[in-house]
Write a protein that binds this ligand. Sequence first.
Ligand code: NAP
Length: 246
Amino acid sequence: MGQLDDKTALVTGASTGIGLAIARRFAAEGATVYLTGRRKTELDAAVEAVGGRGIGIQSDVSKLDDLDRVFAEITERSGRLDIVVANAGVGGFAPLGKITEEEYERTTSINLKGTVFTVQKALPLLSSGASVILLSSSAALLGVPGLGVYAATKAAIRSLARTWAAELTDRGIRVNALTPGPVVTPGADELRAALLQTDQAPAAPTPLGRLGHPDEVAATALYLAGDQSSFTTGAELYVDGGATQL
Ligand SMILES: NC(=O)c1ccc[n+]([C@@H]2O[C@H](COP(=O)([O-])OP(=O)(O)OC[C@H]3O[C@@H](n4cnc5c(N)ncnc54)[C@H](OP(=O)(O)O)[C@@H]3O)[C@@H](O)[C@H]2O)c1
């Protein structure tokens, strides 16, 4: 018996990092998992890693036509969704004074617009009792130099979790924010390398003295996705080694 037997889940941005760890964990607990991402080779490898319960749909969350294609395929194959993890996200190092329009557009269109329209377009498919999980970031609370635009999108994500949780109570749908601190992934490793070039990088990555592992975030995603968290909505759960708390 898995914790997510007979459930259908969508994890956006699931070809690497945290999204891949979540997709693997959900599938191991019995869910059928749709994975998305833009790069075909990485997505195919992720579907292979997830095993027989993984289905890849190559797509970009910032393109509404792509999202329509994703939900049309899920409708045709599964007819419903019980879990949506809006995970696809990017971050660039851009201190005030060096923010380009291109970087602003890239970050907001994937992190914010992508999340808004992923969840909005998922609505008709969401079952009663469904769980929606939005990926925020400890950067939203910490004031990390160089991460202003990224952090602002992630603060917005936390706010959306509250509003949508309130809007969806009548359908029995729960919406929560999941907030990682620094976790070892391809995207974050690149960003951390840029931060380490500055003299403002923290001495220790977290109060626990280490970076997190994607599986540690996936464990909390599993809690939020399933019945163990049935009385939790509009909340924010931190998986950050104490970074925002101590
Ligand atoms: N790792 C951390 O330290 C950390 C901390 C706090 C919050 N987070 C958040 O956690 C989430 C996952 O981050 P991560 O560290 O696992 O990043 P990652 O290793 O860079 O993985 C990001 C995934 O999202 C996909 N993606 C990016 N843009 C996309 C788009 N427009 N449409 C669809 N898929 C897209 C990427 O594949 P393609 O490039 O092929 O599309 C990749 O599979 C993000 O929202 C991030 O902000 C991470």
